[in-house]
Design a protein around this ligand. Structure first.
Ligand code: ADA
Length: 556
């Protein structure tokens, strides 16, 4: 299922996960493939880039409207129901829905044309320093829809006094037939509120804003999470016909001078950059694998994850909500270069990614900041325009969270004034032969002088590479586990000792495969800067990070 809890008690929801038939454009026959999954794990498919077709039968028990919900398809999807196109979508890392206004009871054919090729039509998925896969990579569900249904629900809460909040809930209702006598009830903690809805014509939507006073709740806090069920129930003539449930938390996030305040207390982030990637599953990690990652992160003394470099599976965010792990979530753009960066296609695809990321994830209390455009051209006037409108779009979609971007334009970035939090990717001791403490002193001074002075600073990436199992205890050569551990200790110590810095994200949690064009700077054709390898076997760097992070944790 798409989430880790029931989103509906009234609506019938069935999982479409399991075995589908999968056929490549160049093959005679289909083979069985697991959904969710990546096709690169099927023998003979490891480097397949192109189109392939997933098919399965779907048994509809009760005739009427159906909604098929896809958690993520990599990269491009075209969905057909009994041979008729019902939806299309680009970008693996956000979900989408396909509405079927009417289906007879009986067996139907569901077909998904999936394409993982690169090219002009794909500006977010490009050959990169990580791998993008092919397949239906996140769960799929089919919902039996009533004649009028709840499309979505956005929540935010404003604190009145300790434990007392005003919750604002925006519910979107959509009619499939002409409707009258509609009403909505919203329930949250021990509060409840009703609202009347307008009469709706078939195909019309209505957004209802409901404010609720909620008292006596526990705050959601870092490593100490309290979550509450939020439920909206839609009724016609007093008879409930649909519902939607989410799990929310009460917390405040503010940027105050050079600090980030969570529930009015300064936070210090001990974080990890994490790609959704695993040696066994590619980007289609199951919940058990996600949970193992978070357990390792907690064991190392971590309290935060950056979803480098795209929106994550909502189930991963659900786990972070539960565990009290703070999340920097960012849209899907890593080091995209001109002319693609300034193309109309990129503008359209990234704007859609912004909208879907926030639309789908806004209710997760774990997310404390939104990020854009990792290491894009923030040193040029044209780049500045791009940063400006992306950050503005995020702020418009969600005025409640700060925004940032991770920059590597040391000493020439011209966009620091645009963000709430200044974030730097730095690799002293690895790419750069200067001591971390000296480099930080120079960079922070420059950053304060160029728009960053009254803002918090995060070190959004820092790290070094090690080929797993390569040991060199005496020479401590680059790529040895010993050298990675030395560098990480030195870097993290310098960062955490620096009062000006609010947090740090180790690059990276686990080794990941990269596009072959990177092979000559990436032994094994992997980005080897993980503190665990792709199968989560710890390197020496694991203990090094754990020592520094846990010492820091004990001090706070
Ligand atoms: C960059 C980038 C990462 C990764 C890293 C590295 O800063 O944001 O995606 O490529 O460098 O390993 O060099």
């Amino acid at each position: 299922m798409l989430r880790l809890f029931d989103e509906h008690l009234l609506r019938t929801v069935r999982s479409l996960d399991g075995l589908w038939a999968l056929q490549r454009a160049d093959a005679q026959r289909a083979c069985p493939a697991l959904v969710p999954g990546v096709w690169e794990r099927i023998p003979g498919w490891a480097d397949y880039r192109g189109e392939a077709v997933y098919q399965r039968q779907v048994l509809v028990e009760a005739e009427g409207a159906q909604l098929i919900r896809f958690g993520g398809v990599s990269h491009t999807a075209r969905v057909e129901w009994d041979g008729q196109e019902i939806a299309s979508h680009y970008n693996a890392f956000t979900g989408f829905d396909a509405l079927i206004p009417w289906a007879d009871a009986g067996v139907h054919q569901l077909t998904v044309h999936v394409d993982n090729s690169y090219g002009e039509a794909s500006t977010l998925h490009v050959p990169n320093d990580y791998m993008t896969y092919g397949g239906i990579t996140r769960p799929v569900e089919i919902h039996r829809l009533p004649d009028c249904f709840i499309r979505g629900m956005a929540f935010h809460a404003v604190e009145r006094e300790a434990g007392c909040y005003t919750a604002y809930i925006r519910v979107t209702v959509e009619a499939l037939k002409d409707m009258r006598g509609l009403s909505l009830t919203v329930l949250l903690a021990d509060a409840m509120r009703d609202a009347e809805l307008n009469d709706l014509r078939a195909g019309e939507r209505q957004e209802v804003e409901i404010a609720l006073e909620v008292n006596g709740v526990q705050p959601w806090d870092v490593l100490s999470a309290s979550l509450y069920m939020l439920r909206a129930v839609l009724a016609r003539d007093g008879v409930p016909m649909d519902d939607l449930i989410d799990r929310v938390g009460f917390r405040t996030v503010e940027v105050s001078g050079q600090q980030i305040l969570l529930n009015h207390q300064p936070v210090k982030l001990r974080g990890f950059n994490r790609h959704e990637d695993h040696g066994l599953f590619g980007c289609a990690l199951g919940v058990d694998a996600m949970m193992q990652d978070l357990q390792l992160i907690l064991d190392m003394g971590g309290n935060s994850v950056r979803t480098s470099h795209y929106p994550n599976d909502p189930r991963f965010l659900d786990l972070c909500d539960e565990l009290g792990i703070l999340v920097w979530e960012e849209h899907h753009a890593r080091a995209i270069k001109a002319p693609v960066l300034f193309s109309d296609t990129f503008a359209r695809q990234i704007a859609q990614c912004n909208e879907e990321m926030i639309g789908q994830h806004v209710n997760h209390p774990c997310i404390y900041v939104w990020g854009v455009l990792n290491e894009c051209e923030s040193e040029t006037p044209e780049g500045r325009e791009l940063y400006a409108w992306n950050l503005a779009q995020l702020r418009e979609l969600d005025p409640t969270r700060p925004v940032t971007f991770a920059s590597c334009r040391h000493f020439n970035d011209i966009c620091l004034d645009l963000v709430d939090i200044v974030s730097w990717n730095i690799y002293p001791g690895w790419y750069l032969q200067e001591s971390p403490a000296d480099f930080l002193a120079r960079l922070l001074q420059w950053s304060d002088d160029h728009g960053g002075a009254e803002k918090p600073v995060i070190i959004s990436e820092i790290g070094a590479g090690a080929i797993p199992g390569y040991h060199d205890p005496f020479r401590r050569a680059k790529w040895s586990e010993e050298r990675q551990a030395d560098i990480l200790t030195d870097q993290l110590q310098a960062v955490l000792d620096n009062e000006r810095i609010t947090g740090v994200y180790v690059w990276q949690f686990a080794d990941v495969p990269v596009d072959e064009s990177w092979a000559f700077s990436r032994p094994r054709t992997m980005n080897n800067k993980g503190v665990v390898d792709e199968f989560r076997r710890p390197k020496l760097g694991y203990q090094a990070v754990k020592a520094v992070f846990t010492a820091e944790e004990e001090q706070t």
